[in-house]
Design a protein around this ligand. Structure first.
Ligand SMILES: Cc1cc2nc3c(=O)[nH]c(=O)nc-3n(C[C@H](O)[C@H](O)[C@H](O)COP(=O)(O)OP(=O)(O)OC[C@H]3O[C@@H](n4cnc5c(N)ncnc54)[C@H](O)[C@@H]3O)c2cc1C
Length: 381
């Protein structure tokens, strides 16, 4: 088996597969190395942002068309915010999003990538170590094998190896969030095609979500900044069960529901500031670059956007034969140029709105009584 490539991509989640797709027509030889075998579970709310088809379409229109063909997905057209005083505000998406279980969505992306002639996919291969030097990179895998390349794109998630070795200073657990989720059937009174966010007073600045899946199943969960989970000494699984069993509104809706499997949790590395996410011979993407929305906890779209830009930047590195720290900075600049402005607004929401029940109540009432406010909010989604 070939062991020397132009580019190594570590991790085959949304960031890694999108980076591979973006390199599809580059003529470069690419290795995508993933520790799991697909379909693999990924703890997530499964809500795929509405702009994801566009990200794929800008790489190749046929990728966007292929996404439409996924059958096991639930379209969503409305976002419902339920304020602490239980006032509900419905905002129609400008474009429909979807909810799709991650094993289905991630396998779709990997299958799409597997059609690329220039890509070699290694699954079931854990990367244990990464070495970078002036001439290239070398990764060593669990069984002692070494794979080399001129450049590495680190897409191995929040607890992966690339962030830990190549940019240890950007791993800041106290600046992240933690979230837990479980699958249910039999939840009552579900609004049609709606993502529900419940801002319960005792859970702020966190929230409880209910997202619809095909077949009248649901992904429900809660998320909260990890610093608050620690300071309040919370066990999020217990907190979630308590809400399901005792909350006067949510409890009633879950009264006949059954949970499928267990409640599972994971860490979310939030995009709280600009960090240095590239260096000589490497770039980091998605959760490895801490790009999760600080207010909503969504990260799939940013993972795919960063994967796409990293793929394009990699092709540029080969065209110019420049892999220097200085040249890589254009990846950071392009990505932050695209994401930072709207992210700053989400930071304001996180710092000023989500902590304050009175402001959330007011926002919900104002949105219900004023269509211009609803329109402005819809534009932000
Ligand atoms: C509970 C919860 C709910 C969430 N809900 C949503 C949501 O509804 N919508 C949304 O947009 N975002 C959501 N997110 C965030 C979203 O899951 C992530 O932002 C997204 O998965 C990031 O994609 P990624 O490709 O960067 O990383 P990942 O999806 O984590 O993929 C990384 C890949 O790298 C592999 N890997 C890791 N280490 C190694 C190694 N050493 N060697 C080889 N391979 C390795 C992993 O197996 C994995 O396949 C949620 C997160 C959590 C925890």
């Amino acid at each position: 088996m070939k062991s020397d490539f132009d580019v190594i991509i570590s991790g085959a989640g949304p960031a890694g597969c999108t980076a591979a797709l973006a390199l599809g027509s580059s003529g470069l030889s690419v290795a995508l190395i993933e520790k799991e075998r697909f379909p693999r579970e990924k703890v997530c709310g499964d809500a795929i942002p509405a702009y994801v088809p566009k990200v794929l379409g800008t790489i190749d229109p046929s990728f966007r068309a292929a996404l439409e063909e996924i059958e096991d997905k639930q379209p969503v057209s409305i976002c419902r915010y339920v304020a602490p005083d239980r006032t509900a505000l419905d905002i129609a998406f400008r474009e429909n999003g979807m909810v799709c279980r991650r094993p289905v969505f991630d396998s779709f992306l990997l299958k799409l990538a597997s059609g690329l002639d220039n890509l070699t996919i290694f699954t079931g291969k854990l990367i244990k170590n990464i070495r970078t030097g002036s001439k290239g990179v070398a990764v060593s895998t669990g069984n002692g094998e070494e794979i080399t390349a001129r450049l590495l794109i680190g897409c191995d998630g929040s607890t992966g190896v690339s962030k830990r070795i190549l940019a240890p200073s950007i791993h800041e657990p106290s600046e992240g969030s933690v979230a837990v989720r479980a699958y249910f059937s039999g939840i009552k009174d579900n609004p049609h095609e709606t993502l529900e966010f419940h801002f319960l007073k005792d859970l702020l600045p966190g929230y409880f979500w209910i997202f619809p899946l095909p077949g009248n199943e649901f992904n429900a969960g809660i998320g909260m900044p990890s610093a608050i989970v620690t300071s309040r000494k919370l066990n999020l699984r217990d907190t979630m069960m308590k809400i399901i069993e005792t909350d006067p509104v949510i409890g009633l809706r879950f009264s006949g529901a059954s949970m499928k499997g267990n409640i599972k949790g994971y860490y979310l590395p939030l995009f709280t500031r600009k960090r240095k996410i590239s260096g000589e011979r490497f770039m980091l993407c998605g959760d490895a670059a801490s790009l999760v929305n600080p207010a909503t906890g969504a990260g799939i779209g940013q993972a795919m956007q960063s994967g796409r830009y990293a793929g394009w930047q990699a092709a540029e590195c080969f065209r110019k034969n420049d892999f220097s720290d200085e040249f890589m900075k254009s990846y950071d600049l392009t990505l932050y140029g695209k994401l930072w402005r709207s992210n700053r607004n989400y930071m304001i929401i996180r710092n000023l709105v989500l902590k304050n029940p009175a402001v959330l109540n007011l926002a919900s009432r104002a949105g219900n009584s004023n269509r211009y406010i609803r329109k402005a909010l819809a534009e932000k989604l």
